[in-house]
Design a protein around this ligand. Structure first.
Ligand code: AHR
Length: 501
């Protein structure tokens, strides 16, 4: 029996809904086909956005969406994506398959999508190949309400009112595809670019996100924080957030491993690599603390997820992969880690929402399926906007050789209505575990639950869409202040606890 202790009286920080954010890039079939089919499509749509996909994402409670990239962002010129569609410039998507990008999905379409989804907006600007003027004018175009060249142009293009940007990223991976810059060069450029990103409307501010490290590049974090945080004039220095990118890759970039064909050793190897996220967050946080011990700057994990080899027979530049129970565990482990570090992690965006990498939704023509990762996100949405609770679980190490992992991962929070939500993942692909959860100094009135479990390599297909799905969970008993439960192998459980007054 593994003991879990939850202390409902000890709150450890606010869980921003954005910890469960998403990322959409002009890459493969993410935007075109996956989200946007155009008004004239036979696929049911509202103003060009797929109805089925929008509905599914709303039900999952998507809190924020990042766009347009990724590597694509640093080659994207936003003015090519506004105005009459037939006049929009066509460009080569050099990063992703060399296909023609016709710019039919641009700023207006992105804002329409976020309106339909009811989510916040995270725009990633082009520093790598764009000018300061271009970036500055994009912000003016989107957010300025008065008389100005950009606001007038927006009105001419059919949108008189300004939109709200919630987050603005200044470049993407500028240590790599975004310009191969050194940290000092980037940091000084960041200071310059962000100066001209005006907040025109005091009641519609947006957070400025600087490009952060590639995984464990701690030096990048140190140098960018040193140059961009210290500003005598501003409370947050010149920045509100620093991004972090880390992908789980079973082997390495030359051999990422198959999404669906894997054995037990590969299962543990993958989960072990996923858990590295915790060390990354802790070590980058320690460096950020040197400059910002009050945690004013958020760590923004705006690209994470598992990256497999592409599905056989698909365009290698499109990064299309299937999604099994192993991916569901990767998602649950990461989401629990983000919760536990919500004092520094303010947003995280899985890559990428539809048809690319660890997608929550896959489409094929007019068909759509939900992946195991989707179900994990839906279960975890109970933590959005809740307060993290002090919690701890006894674990044992399982796995093989150097690829050992704790058998269980957990986090707990209390929502605005006083419900306590607990999410537990079982990292074993063979064994179920009995867990006794104690809620300190409490009397439990009611418990309900949901579980996602299946074989380690199980996944949903267009022919069999419900192989992996979430069902009601009842494998528990309640006694006064404790819940005894069995967590199935390859399983993710969510419990909602109501306490007696
Ligand atoms: O998500 C795919 C790519 O991975 C993104 O475009 C880039 O930022 C990262 O290297």
């Amino acid at each position: 029996m593994y003991k879990m202790v939850i202390n409902p009286e000890v709150k450890k920080g606010h869980i921003n809904p954005e910890l469960q954010g998403h990322f959409s890039e002009h890459l493969g079939r993410c935007i075109y086909e996956g989200l946007y089919v155009g008004e004239n499509s036979d696929i049911p749509n509202v103003n060009g956005m797929r109805k089925d996909v929008v509905e599914a994402l709303k039900e999952m409670k998507i809190p924020v969406l990042r766009w347009p990239g990724g590597c694509f962002a640093d080659e994207y010129h936003w003015k090519d994506g506004i105005g009459p569609k037939e006049k929009r410039k066509k460009m080569i998507n050099t990063n992703w398959g060399g296909v023609v990008e016709d710019n039919s999905f641009g700023t207006h379409e992105f804002m329409e999508l976020c309106k339909q989804l009811g989510c916040k907006t995270y725009i990633n600007g082009n520093m790598g190949s764009g000018t300061v003027q271009e970036m500055s004018e994009w912000v003016e175009y989107m957010t300025f309400d008065g008389v100005s060249p950009m606001a007038d142009m927006r009105a001419e293009n059919g949108h008189k009112d300004s939109w709200k940007i919630d987050y603005f990223g200044v470049g993407n991976e500028n240590w790599g595809c975004g310009g191969n810059m050194t940290p000092e060069f980037y940091a000084n450029m960041y200071r310059r670019y962000q100066t001209f990103l005006r907040i025109y409307n005091a009641d519609k501010p947006f957070a400025k996100v600087a490009c952060g490290p590639n995984g464990d590049d701690y030096e990048w974090t140190d140098r960018v924080m040193k140059t961009c945080f210290d500003s005598p004039k501003k409370e947050h220095g010149f920045m509100d957030g620093l991004s972090l990118h880390y992908y789980t890759i079973t082997y390495d970039w030359d051999n990422k491993g198959s999404a669906t064909g894997f054995n037990k050793s590969e299962w543990y190897r993958t989960l072990n690599k996923t858990l590295f996220m915790e060390e990354l967050i802790e070590r980058h946080t320690a460096i950020m603390d040197k400059y910002d011990d009050e945690h004013k700057v958020g760590l923004i994990v705006d690209e994470w997820g598992i990256w497999h080899e592409v599905e056989e027979g698909t365009n290698p530049g499109f990064l299309y992969q299937q999604n099994t129970m192993r991916d569901a565990l990767v998602a649950a482990i990461n989401l629990n880690i983000f919760n536990k570090h919500c004092d520094r992690v303010r947003m995280a965006n899985i890559a990428q929402m539809v048809n690319v990498l660890q997608a929550v939704v896959l489409t094929d023509g007019d068909k759509m399926i939900l992946t195991p990762t989707y179900h994990v996100f839906k279960m975890f949405n109970c933590h959005q906007d809740a307060e993290l609770l002090d919690s701890h679980i006894d674990v044992t190490k399982i796995g093989e050789d150097e690829w050992m992992v704790p058998n269980l991962s957990e986090s707990a929070s209390v929502d605005k209505d006083g419900n306590i939500n607990i999410t537990i993942a079982n990292l074993s692909c063979d064994d179920a575990y009995d867990v006794e959860s104690v809620l300190v100094d409490s009397k439990i009135a009611n418990v309900s639950g949901e579980v996602l479990t299946a074989g380690m390599g199980d996944y949903n297909t267009f022919e069999k869409a419900d192989t992996v799905k979430c069902v009601e969970y009842s494998d528990f008993t309640v006694n006064n202040d404790r819940i005894k439960m069995t967590i199935p192998a390859c399983g993710v459980v969510k419990l909602t606890v109501k306490l007696a007054p």
